[in-house]
Design a protein around this ligand. Structure first.
Ligand code: SF4
Length: 82
């Protein structure tokens, strides 16, 4: 697994920067279908497309260290707010 895990979900592009993740699992708690912690305690994607958009965005936004970045269909960064 590389340092960056990236998925496209609908019009969203979502990236986990695994070098920043501290493994508290807030994203997993909010959307366990989308994220899990791997055996190093670092977040990876599972099935982010199984989560409704609003909850997926909440799960990305809840990260305490801004390890998850989201861009919308126009390429604008929406999480974390820039
Ligand atoms: S909320 Fe952020 S720091 Fe916590 S497990 Fe998810 S990506 Fe890692």
């Amino acid at each position: 697994m590389s340092d960056l895990d990236e998925r496209t979900v609908g019009d969203l592009r979502i990236r986990i920067d695994r070098t920043l993740c501290v493994g508290f699992g807030d994203c997993v708690t909010e959307a366990p279908e989308a994220f899990v912690l791997d055996d190093t305690g670092t977040a990876i994607f599972v099935n982010p497309d199984k989560v409704e958009r609003e909850r997926l965005l909440r799960a990305c936004d809840v990260c305490p260290v801004d390890a998850i970045t989201v861009w919308d269909g126009s390429g604008a960064q929406i999480i974390p707010p820039s």
